[in-house]
Design a protein around this ligand. Structure first.
Ligand code: PMP
Ligand code: GLU
Length: 396
């Protein structure tokens, strides 16, 4: 059968591919250390599972409004108000099939062919593809280690044209593991004033910040920022609910309605009993379980960054958010390790997996070939073992 040009132009997700490959090797009995997965290794807390079971038993098994049940959208509105200082009515909120679906649907609702989207590199692999699928073009802003891989307001100003329809801000960042300070975000918001650029603020890692890092929602920076921002979030990271597929978007009513019309025809509602579990997730015990997880990630991230920085030719900023280290390993490019020529991040990741049985994601699909991404969403024991192998492999 013929394959559409649209589908032909979209590569498979590098993050999913690495995770799947590591799992496959493990299933074959190979002792692989997996630093690929961008998913918490903790189980979903029991109070959330129990709510889903109860909902299922109570017959919450039928269609709901496509945007989600009003009780969930009300609970999300309360969360956004209390935790993020954002006032959204429930009809300014739509519940999607995971944060990834929120990103896709938001791009489909806002972008037209010919539009440009400012995309800071490093970026999560899904943004360029969803921009392309909406017929728009990504205007990538390069960043560097000296600036912790963050963009500056001047860089944004430089690339804004008549065609610029959107800026993607993902803080805390995947794959960079950095978080913008409120001052940095304010300076970027200032540059956008007077333009027609919408902001897609992907805040899915908001709960995972380390040290004295403060998270702030982009839409809360000013009235101007509020009006131009679509706030995206979800349950995957904060509540260890990756498999439940629960994300949401909040923003201007007309945009959320447009997303709703698309959703009416694409997926309809998110699984019904899952929506009841999501209400429970946002309830009372949330803070405790999130803090336990956050503190554990912080310990692991510090350890991983310290170990990476102690290896020759590896430079890694300490992560201030999310659960990724994103070291620059480019000083090893040009070497031949155990017969494998390492020309860039793809070769690095491939040879490391084949020879030392450590899975990580090459930086190239994140827009930074100098780097590789290691997730620390796995036990300290695994981290130690994987880093020992990496160190030995580099040392050869
Ligand atoms: N945004 C970012 C930056 C992510 O890294 C991810 C995936 N880990 C998502 C959105 C989507 O997550 P999910 O679809 O599981 O909600
Ligand atoms: N987003 C996570 C990651 O970056 C999960 C995989 C994916 O959906 O891309 O690893």
């Amino acid at each position: 059968m013929k394959i559409s040009k649209r589908a032909q132009d979209v590569p498979a997700s590098a993050t999913i591919a690495v995770t799947a490959r590591a799992k496959e090797l493990k299933a074959q009995g190979v002792d692989v250390v997996g630093f690929g997965a961008g998913e918490p290794d903790f189980d979903t807390p029991d109070y959330i599972k129990d709510a889903a079971i109860e909902a299922l038993k109570a017959g919450k098994t039928k269609y709901t409004p496509a945007a989600g049940i009003i009780e969930l959208r009300t609970a999300i509105a309360a969360k956004l108000k209390n935790e993020n200082g954002l006032t959204y009515s429930p009809d300014q909120i739509i519940v999607n099939m995971g944060g990834k679906h929120s990103v896709y649907e938001a791009m489909q609702a806002v972008l037209d062919p010919g539009d440009e989207v400012i995309l800071p590199a490093p970026y999560w692999v899904t943004y360029p593809e969803t921009i392309k699928l909406a017929g728009a073009a990504a205007k990538i802003i390069e960043t560097d280690r000296a600036n912790s891989y963050k963009i500056t307001p001047a860089q944004v100003e430089d690339v804004i044209t008549e065609k610029t329809a959107m800026l993607v801000i993902n803080s805390p960042n995947n794959p960079g593991g950095f978080t913008y300070t409120p001052q940095e975000l304010k300076a970027i918001a200032k540059v956008l004033e007077g333009t027609k650029v919408a902001v897609l603020a992907d805040e899915i890692y908001e709960k995972l910040v380390y040290g004295d890092t403060k998270f702030v929602s982009f839409a809360s920076l000013s009235a101007d920022a509020y009006n131009r921002t679509l706030t995206l979030n979800g349950f995957s990271k904060a509540f260890s609910m990756t498999g439940w597929r629960l994300g949401y978007a909040a923003g201007p009513l007309e945009v959320i309605k447009a997303m709703g019309r698309l959703q009416d025809h694409m997926t309809s509602n998110v699984v019904t009993f899952g929506q009841y579990a999501a209400i429970a997730a946002l309830g009372e015990p949330a803070a405790d379980s999130i803090e336990r997880m956050r503190a554990e990630f912080e310990r692991r991230g510090q350890y991983m960054a310290e170990r990476l920085n102690s290896m020759p030719g590896v430079e890694c900023p300490e992560p201030t958010g999310a659960f990724y280290c994103f070291p620059d390993v480019s000083s090893h490019y040009g070497r031949t390790i155990n017969g494998a020529k390492i020309a860039g991040s793809m070769d690095f990741a491939k040879a490391l997996l084949e020879q030392a049985k450590v899975a990580l994601v090459p930086g190239l699909p994140f827009g930074c070939n100098d780097n590789v991404r290691l997730s620390f969403a796995c036990s300290l024991e695994q981290i130690r073992k994987g880093l020992d192998r990496l160190e030995k492999w580099l040392g050869r």
